[in-house]
Design a protein around this ligand. Structure first.
Ligand code: GLU
Length: 295
């Protein structure tokens, strides 16, 4: 079977030590496979409000300076919106997508009325306010009818190649999540599911902070009749404040000013992945030993 992996950065800033870990891990996972394997790069600029111009190009240059070269021309989500439109129509026709007119404030008020004050990781659990219609409001977003689709099937279970057995009850822990803002960008969840399937991705390797999205994505794959890839979530690089390293807590761009600097950045990323030495061939062999289920 042909193995296809990908690195899918959002161009919200340059590559930093944390994002390089995900890039290297997905590359190693492909290189550890049979000869037919392919490694792709997708610039996830669908959420246009968070992206910065020029960053996609910069990330591609940084990857090239590290010798991480995709096996096909990179794709950009903003050039693929027809695919997301088609997926949304499919869900609408199946009665699995509906418009929602609620503001954040209205959602908070509805949660308070239901006595559910909680949010999950700072995100509101959607209380289902527009599930039965817009109540005269103007549509602000399209939501996936996760609650209806999940039905009585209970929590969704999946296996991560590093983290092991996982489960999430999307209906109660997340609720009907957003697919698209009415006049705005496509949501990550829909775009990533459509792209992974359309590009034939067999293995998703990405940072552990994204593991929590996986159940939502598997539910969407099922609703759209798409295959589910295998998932492996990598360790995160932590900032001095103990949080995941990100642009917000001062992550610096990796130094690719010279081949030696780029190699040092790669070696640091390899250490986060539990690999030792400086040599790519050795990392590939160690990766294969760490994740022997590599096909
Ligand atoms: N674009 C996402 C990010 O940079 C990653 C998406 C994914 O790998 O599924 O956080």
């Amino acid at each position: 079977m042909t193995v296809v992996g990908r690195f899918a950065p959002s161009p919200t800033g340059p590559l930093h030590a944390g994002s390089l870990v995900a890039a290297l891990a997905s590359w190693l996972d492909v290189r550890a496979r049979a000869t037919q394997a392919r490694w792709l790069v997708r610039i996830e600029d669908a959420d246009t409000e968070r992206c910065q111009s020029g960053m996609g190009e910069l990330i591609l240059q940084q990857l090239a300076a590290c010798g991480l070269l995709p096996d096909e021309a990179p794709v950009w989500q903003t050039r693929r919106t027809a695919l997301y439109d088609a997926a949304l129509s499919q869900l609408q026709q199946a009665g699995l997508a509906y418009p929602c007119g609620c503001t954040r404030k209205e959602i908070d008020e509805a949660l308070a009325r239901q006595g559910v004050a909680h949010t999950r990781h700072g995100e509101r659990v959607y209380p289902g306010t527009c599930r039965d219609g817009l109540h005269g409001k103007k549509a602000r977003a399209w939501r996936f009818a996760a609650t209806k689709f999940q039905g009585a099937s209970g929590p969704l279970r999946w296996t991560d190649r590093r983290l092991g057995e996982q489960q999430q009850d999307v209906a109660s822990e997340v609720g009907d999540f957003v697919l698209k803002r009415a006049d705005g960008p496509w949501a990550y969840q829909l775009a990533v599911v459509v792209d992974d399937a359309q590009q034939g991705i067999t293995d998703v390797v990405r940072g552990e902070d994204l593991a929590d999205n996986t159940a939502r994505q598997i539910l969407l794959q099922r609703a759209l009749g798409l295959p589910t890839p295998r998932y492996l979530h990598t360790p995160l690089v932590l900032a001095a404040d103990g949080n995941k390293l990100s642009k917000q807590n001062g992550a610096a761009a990796i130094d690719t000013g010279s081949p030696e600097a780029a190699q040092a950045e790669l070696a640091a990323a390899a250490r986060v992945l539990g690999l030792s030495g400086d040599d790519r061939a050795a990392w590939v062999a160690q990766w294969r030993a760490l994740y022997p289920d590599a096909r």
